[in-house]
Design a protein around this ligand. Structure first.
Ligand code: ZN
Length: 218
């Protein structure tokens, strides 16, 4: 029953206020999350819940198959606001095993409009076709593409002008690639964290070595 959602809401709000009378007043004042979460729309992957964070602690963007398309105005608006206004310290791209979006891209059949949205994953499947064709179990193939998709989104983010500008300003910002298992509720870090543009450290060291010493002010 749809009305039960309002009853749930009343119970939830009352419970929060009982635990912390200032809770809603504080949240209404401002939000200052440290994290931007880019996850799948799948109802079984509730962002705040699986990482144990309260409202106000996680800025969330979700779409089918946790994509970061560089031409999607919705995603870009979220990204710019998170990076430039909220100044989040971490961006987390979180995929999940058994993703229906990824499965639709892997199965090679036509599904309608969603095929356009999933095109980046279909391209990824074509890129890795030789390896994927060798995996006979369909679900295992889907799960490998779930991981590869997260890696591709992290790389895409690391190339995004908003992110590159933030790094250029010296703003601390890390991009993480994680994957979640609906089977056991556990997250896994795909160890693809980026904290600057590729080759940034080498370039910075070279620049520092070549830079003349600054004279002390008189
Ligand atoms: Zn999904």
């Amino acid at each position: 029953m749809i009305s039960s959602l309002f009853e749930n809401n009343l119970r939830w709000a009352a419970g929060r206020a009982r635990m912390d009378p200032e809770y809603f007043r504080r949240l209404a004042g401002q939000q200052s999350p440290e994290y931007l979460w880019i996850g799948c729309s799948d109802s079984r992957v509730p962002a705040n819940e699986i990482v144990g964070l309260d409202p106000g602690e996680l800025f969330v963007h979700r779409n089918v198959a946790n994509l970061t398309p560089p031409q999607d105005a919705n995603f870009l608006s979220v990204l710019q606001f998170a990076v430039e206004i909220l100044e989040v310290r971490h961006i987390i791209v979180c995929g999940h095993y058994g993703c229906g979006g990824v499965r639709a891209a892997v199965d090679g059949r036509r599904h309608g409009l969603i095929d356009h949205w999933l095109q980046p994953i279909a391209c990824l499947c074509r890129r890795d076709a030789a390896e994927l064709d060798g995996i006979l179990d369909f679900e295992a193939r889907v799960n490998l593409v779930c991981e590869r998709n997260v890696l591709a989104q992290v790389e895409s983010l690391a190339d995004n002008p908003f992110v590159r500008d933030a790094w250029g300003r010296g703003q601390p910002l890390s991009i993480h690639g994680w994957i979640y298992s609906i089977q056991d509720g556990l997250l896994r870090d795909l160890e693809t964290t980026r904290q600057g543009p590729a080759g940034a450290r080498a370039a910075t060291l070279k620049a520092q070595r070549g830079r003349p010493r600054r004279r002390r002010p008189e």
